[in-house]
Design a binder for this molecule. Structure first.
Ligand code: CO
Length: 286
């Protein structure tokens, strides 16, 4: 028996299973944050997992649509997606790449598959911006897989860093407002890893292959693929893979604690700002 836990281990405060959804021109996906069960987890507004081998599930893509007031983060695991916006930015997201797009005051973009067969798999996360940054200039932080550092902090543990720090190595994404952590973690069968997340951040873990346990000692609970754990109780994450190993993303961010007014692709602080976003979009000011 342990007395006082000096490490303040995180435990699974809540488990969420994604809901089948469709977005864009009919792309099939699983919505984990942003639906009825978990509308948001400040500063995170949405998490979609897309993963399919069937072209008819993704070919329609995400034709032109606007965003204002937050950031969209696309992390590709498999497949290729081309993005274009109305400010002249264009790029190709390849397997293992990440695009952290700060929509700020607004842009109109499309995200279309650049393949007609094969697997398309990845995540889209929406991260809120504080009131002072909602009308900032749009900005892209885009990195191919070879620019995302990979560390091996323990035996059988591989961590790809998109944002945040592990063993003195930092992921390339910078966003002071929410100080995000975004890790892609692969655990070999039975491998274990303990890692401290920034104090006071809201955090979740989403398993997408295999199964693991999360938490320390008698607080450890199982987490299976396609399950998300909202973390609570402490900042030190203890993971241990099951017999088949596991893959998961761990994401954390400093909560903003501001009112959220959202409608579709616009996320502001007040209803009036949402109405202004509609007017600005219709009058071509994005
Ligand atoms: Co978009």
């Amino acid at each position: 028996m342990s007395a006082i836990d000096p490490l303040r281990h995180a435990r699974i405060a809540r488990k969420v299973r994604g809901m089948p959804a469709s977005d864009g021109a009919g792309v099939k996906l699983t919505r984990v944050i942003g639906s009825g069960e978990l509308p948001d987890l400040d500063p995170f507004l949405l998490l979609d997992e897309f993963g399919t081998d069937k072209p008819e599930d993704y070919l329609a893509g995400f034709p032109e649509h606007p965003h204002r007031g937050f950031e969209t983060v696309t992390y590709m695991l498999d497949g290729r997606m081309r993005h274009r916006d109305n400010h002249g930015n264009e790029g190709l997201l390849v397997p293992g790449s990440v695009q952290w797009m700060t929509a700020g005051r607004g842009l109109v973009h499309s995200e279309m598959p650049e393949q007609e067969a094969g697997r398309m798999r990845g995540f889209q996360l929406w991260v809120n911006l504080p009131a002072k940054d909602k009308m900032t200039d749009p900005r892209y932080q885009e990195f191919p897989p070879e620019q995302l550092p990979v560390v091996h902090p323990a035996e059988g543990v591989t961590v790809k860093l998109i944002a945040g720090e592990v063993d003195g190595v930092r992921g390339p994404i910078s966003q002071p407002a929410t100080d995000p952590v975004y890790l892609d973690i692969a655990l070999a069968p039975g491998a274990a890893w303990t890692h401290a997340l920034p104090e006071g951040h809201n955090a979740f873990a989403y398993a997408f292959e295999g199964a693991l346990s999360l938490g320390e000692g008698e607080d450890a609970r199982p987490l299976a693929a396609q399950e998300m754990a909202v973390l609570g109780g402490g900042d030190v994450l203890a993971l241990k893979a099951g017999d088949a190993g596991a893959r998961l993303i761990v994401v954390a961010g400093r909560p903003l604690g501001e009112p959220v007014a959202r409608h579709g692709p616009f996320v502001m602080n007040t209803r009036q700002e949402i109405m202004q976003a509609f007017v600005d979009f219709q009058e071509g000011r994005f």
